[in-house]
Write a protein that binds this ligand. Structure first.
Ligand code: GUN
Length: 285
């Protein structure tokens, strides 16, 4: 078997066109969607991620501001800034880029963002809504993975899905999302220190978010499985996913070894932003 590529570039472009259409409609009604990002200190990877987010905003008609604060910014000053941004009705989405410098308490900073403007879907209120199965802003990478699997018609209901990685940005929220009513996957959440990874051998879908190159090999999966690499690493200057090269010869679907789901994550960030703007407009601000 030679796996079908789960390349997400076309789907991400389609989602951005959907965002652009909704932005046009908001602007026609006099509402200009706006994203604010906050970066503390110099961090080359974060700067590159943020540059792509702002480029996407510009491409679809979303206004945006990139705030860059001094590396020594105090917790109190950052909390003050977030409080001011939270109450500014012209700002519909607010994202504090992680990781933050060590002297800052990231959990407290994430929790200070107004949940209605938390377009990352990282706030405990939004994660709690995900756990409850009620409406809220979904974390962008899990939402992008679900979107990709559904768009490529990978069956999930009643299927065994193994998620590798238990982080609060991808693995754990993804487990909550895929096991929700209506999606109904049989989810098994494992991680890089799991004692027994044998569940992978019978999984219909394997999603790896551990960030270890070649963590999932052909010998671990069943023929025809759908295999998604979310974690990325840099090896010899090249970006590689968690999925080894030999998986493509055995899987039914596989994400490209040198690709990333970054474009899907950014598309869902802007879908969240446009939904937050529509919700604010409905409330009259
Ligand atoms: N750092 C790496 N990815 C992300 C992201 O999606 N959002 C934020 N806020 N920080 C990140």
């Amino acid at each position: 078997m030679c796996a079908v590529s789960l390349d997400s570039a076309d789907l991400a472009a389609t989602r951005l066109r959907e965002v652009a259409a909704r932005v046009s409609e908001l602007r026609r009604r006099g509402v200009q969607p706006h994203l604010t990002t906050v970066l503390v200190g110099a961090h080359p990877a974060s700067e590159a991620y943020l540059a792509r987010k702002h480029a996407d905003c510009e491409a679809v008609g979303i206004a945006s501001e990139a705030m860059v604060l001094d590396a020594g910014t105090s917790q109190a000053d950052l909390l003050d800034l977030i409080a001011r941004l939270n109450t500014d009705p012209a700002r519909h989405g607010l994202l504090v880029q992680l990781p933050l410098p060590d002297h800052l308490d990231s959990d407290a900073i994430v929790a200070a963002v107004d949940p209605a403007k938390d377009v990352d879907g990282f706030h405990p209120v939004n994660l709690g809504r995900l756990l409850w199965g009620s409406d809220g802003i979904l974390p962008c990478t899990p939402a992008g993975i679900l979107d990709l699997l559904q768009a490529r018609q990978v069956p999930l209901a009643g299927r065994k899905v193994v998620i590798l990685g238990r982080g609060s940005i991808v693995g754990r929220p993804l487990a909550m999302l895929l096991s929700r009513k209506g999606i109904d996957a049989d989810v098994c959440l494992l991680h890089s220190r799991s004692g027994d990874l044998s569940a992978i051998a019978s999984a219909d879908v394997v999603i790896s978010a551990v960030g270890i190159p070649d963590f999932v090999t052909a010998g671990m999966i069943r023929p025809g499985a759908a295999v998604v690499g979310v974690g990325i690493s840099h090896v010899g200057g090249q970006m590689v996913s968690d999925i080894a090269d030999d998986v493509a010869a055995k899987a039914g679907f596989v994400t490209p070894r040198h690709g990333s789901l970054g474009a899907m994550t950014r598309a869902h960030l802007l879908l969240n932003l446009v939904a937050a703007t529509e919700a604010a407009a409905r409330k009259g601000h």
